[in-house]
Design a protein around this ligand. Structure first.
Ligand SMILES: NC(=O)c1ccc[n+]([C@@H]2O[C@H](COP(=O)([O-])OP(=O)(O)OC[C@H]3O[C@@H](n4cnc5c(N)ncnc54)[C@H](O)[C@@H]3O)[C@@H](O)[C@H]2O)c1
Length: 336
């Protein structure tokens, strides 16, 4: 079976993808510096799958360390998750974001070029559709960004397209994720962010276990069915399966493809909150706050391309996503 390098494999989406890869019989090598994850995630991946993986505690910013991974292993393809992801922090500390996300990716590409590995699946984001496109978002729409985090995704997409233009032997999959939530059904791995969470689901989880007083709902006067923001939430295990399909695709094809990974359905903040309340069996306190600058009223994916190219579509419902999130947080209230 092919050998896959997973950068950021100890993180939220990376750890679930490692499980999917190991279960499908791939050999995997994980590189992570634990800047936003813990070593315990790797033990849990092994517990779930009963399989082993090779690990390098490596910072992608260190070219020699990245090259060492390629020197010691024959790597057939890379899935590149490693990067910072907090939008607000990226506005406050843009250089930190540009340096880690872009320089880290450049070091990875340099090492890949040196060792002749030309297949990569990259974690992009729905954020590259920017603020003006109509919904649903389709892959060939114009892209733009409104904050440094979004620009890092946009620039890395462009860098990878340019690498392909310079060498048509490359195969690049730009996966544009919508809003990943949920956790592995075992409750052993899930989202375990450092500090106060930025995203809706981890925040609700912290309220549910009593660590945060109440949920802040940013705006209830949007032009949406219940006035709150609408997003395309996708189960992280569906996302992990999408990566499996993308890896199979890049191993067989050349070229660059941007592909949405979403469900194609929008859910509001209140939909998610009420679904979570059903899962945990209690009402959760919330307060409506002013809209956050930059937040869009609603967006969701057009998912036809993933179906056509990969034969992939999301399977889990919103209630399953919130039930699995609750299962994880109630079993791991203090994280991993
Ligand atoms: N979670 C989301 O909502 C979402 C949405 C769209 C795109 N993405 C992208 O998907 C990827 C994975 O997201 P996630 O939610 O799993 O995040 P995460 O923070 O849980 O995982 C990222 C992992 O990368 C590691 N990392 C960061 N910088 C590194 C470096 N320089 N060297 C080595 N390791 C490094 C972290 O320690 C962490 O384990 C990110 O690139 C993120 O921008 C996430």
């Amino acid at each position: 079976m092919p050998n896959i390098l997973v950068t950021g494999g100890a993180g939220f989406i990376g750890s679930h993808t490692c499980v999917a890869l190991l279960e499908a019989g791939y050999d995997i090598i994980v590189a992570d510096n634990f800047s936003n994850s813990k070593p315990e995630a790797l033990n849990r991946i092994k517990t779930i799958t009963g399989k082993d993986l090779k690990f390098y505690k490596t910072d992608l910013l260190e070219l020699e360390a990245v090259e060492k991974i390629f020197a010691e292993n024959k790597i057939d393809a890379v899935i590149h998750f490693a990067g910072y992801k907090a939008v607000g922090e990226s506005v406050a500390q843009p250089v930190k974001y540009y340096h880690n996300n872009i320089t880290g990716t450049l070091m990875l590409i340099k090492a890949m070029q040196k060792y002749g590995c030309k297949k990569i699946v990259f974690s992009s984001s729905a954020t590259v559709y920017g603020p003006v496109n109509p919904i649903p978002y389709v892959e060939d729409m114009p892209t733009s960004a409104t904050n440094p985090y979004g620009y890092t995704k946009l620039f890395i997409e462009q860098i990878l397209k340019d690498v392909y233009t310079s060498d048509n032997e490359w195969s690049v999959s730009l996966l544009r994720y919508f809003n990943p939530i949920g956790a592995h059904p075992s409750g052993l791995i899930g989202e375990d962010p450092n500090g106060i969470p930025n995203n809706l689901l981890p925040y609700i989880c912290q309220v549910a276990v009593g660590k945060l007083e109440r949920l802040g709902v940013f705006g209830d006067d949007y032009d949406t069915p219940d006035g709150t923001g609408v997003r395309d939430y996708i189960h992280v295990c569906d996302l992990a399966d999408g990566h499996l399909c993308a890896v199979k695709y890049v191993l067989k094809h050349k070229g660059v493809e941007a592909v949405n990974l979403g469900t194609g359905k929008g859910s509001s903040v209140f939909d998610v909150l009420h679904s979570f309340e059903k899962a945990c069996g209690k009402q959760l306190p919330y307060k409506v706050l002013p809209r956050r600058p930059g937040d869009l009223p609603a967006y969701y994916a057009k998912t036809d391309k993933a179906k056509e190219l990969f034969g992939w579509e999301a399977k889990y419902s919103l209630d399953e996503m919130t039930a699995h999130s609750w299962n994880f947080i109630s079993k791991n209230p203090n994280g991993l």
